[in-house]
Design a protein around this ligand. Structure first.
Ligand SMILES: O=C(O)c1cc(=O)[nH]c(=O)n1[C@@H]1O[C@H](COP(=O)(O)O)[C@@H](O)[C@H]1O
Length: 318
């Protein structure tokens, strides 16, 4: 990230985009799309993030293109985050870990997005494999879409909390998400008062439980090997406004990388990045797909769009 700037370019080959690029909406078009994006940004940005569903929709030939892009991205020296958002009961999770995180697997990039909504503990096989192979996970915590709040901001019963490593401020009722509203309230420096009684009665938010669990794992890993960031990252959308603050989640305390989708097409920009992540900003990898890909199909234009997005992210997260 220090070399290329904190940008991840998402490879989201939507059918309309393939057509707009003059490509066919099939595996051949997909392969050409992937080749052009990699020509433009391979070795020039910190990471790429192929969105698995948009490859899967072309069947086994599409998955073969995903495998090619995973290998080519890594060869180019660009981190590959496979965005498959996997999550299942432990025994099935072990198979996903085998597919996406095991050395030698054709679908294994450098990191995988995972969903903790079957319980954080269900991710154990993926966590074990990631730690054993030097890969990373990005665990969905506060997603960029407005619907996410209804689950992620919900309060868990106090008895279900893992041991807290810190005492966060009280959660307050969720407000509608708006990047700009979040920015202004953070810029005004507003912080909800600590209300321990209320917190004890209401519990910790689902996102807070996930962040705490990732923080505990990263602390253990960093305690054993040193360093500043552990292998268990979170997905925290750049569009979430002041949600982390309101829910009492200290993103810096997670001590893991923070993947921040929502930049560009979903409305977040440099101001939102700076405001949402505050003191955790050095751990952020800003992610943008459609806003960069819209500059294609010309490779030079794509490269320039990625450069601009990386410069914007660097300036916002400096
Ligand atoms: O895990 C993700 O990558 C992800 C998490 C999230 O909270 N929101 C989110 O948009 N994403 C992904 O990030 C990409 C966003 O694409 P754009 O909105 O075009 O930049 C898509 O591939 C989404 O699936």
């Amino acid at each position: 990230m220090d070399l290329y700037g904190p940008l991840c370019v998402g490879l989201d080959p939507h059918p309309g985009l393939l057509v707009a690029w003059g490509l066919t909406d099939d595996a051949a078009g997909l392969r050409e799309f992937a080749r052009r994006v990699l020509d433009a940004v391979g070795g020039r940005v910190a990471a790429i993030k192929p969105q698995s569903a948009l490859f899967e929709r072309h069947g086994s030939a599409g998955v073969a293109v995903l495998e090619e892009i995973v290998a080519a991205g890594r060869e180019a020296g660009t981190l590959v985050i496979v965005d498959a958002k996997r999550g299942d009961i432990g025994s099935t999770m072990a198979a996903y870990a085998d597919a996406y995180l095991r050395d030698g697997s054709p679908l294994a990039g450098d990191a995988l997005t995972v969903s903790p909504f079957l319980g954080f503990g269900s991710l154990a096989p993926a966590i074990d494999t990631a730690l054993a192979t030097g890969r990373g996970l990005f665990v969905l915590a506060l997603t960029s879409n407005p619907e996410g709040a209804s689950v992620q901001h919900a309060l868990t019963p106090p008895a279900l909390h893992p041991p807290a490593t810190q005492t966060p401020p009280a959660p307050t009722p969720p407000a509608p998400q708006s990047p700009s509203a979040g920015v202004s309230s953070l810029q005004a420096g507003s912080q909800e008062p600590i209300d321990r009684t209320r917190r004890a009665a209401q519990g910790r938010s689902v996102a807070g439980v996930i962040a705490d669990a990732a923080g505990v794992l990263n602390a253990a890993e960093l305690g054993a090997r040193g360093g500043t960031l552990g292998s268990i990252g979170l997905v925290v959308g750049a569009t979430i406004g002041d949600a982390a603050v309101r829910l009492g989640i200290d993103l810096a305390a997670v001590r893991g990388p923070l993947l921040a989708p929502g930049v560009g097409a979903q409305g977040a920009g440099p101001d939102e990045l700076a405001a949402v992540f505050g003191s955790a900003r050095r751990a952020v990898l800003a992610s943008s797909s459609r806003a960069v890909l819209a500059a294609g199909p010309d490779v030079a234009n794509l490269r320039a769009a990625a450069r601009r997005a990386a410069d914007d992210a660097s300036a916002a997260l400096r």
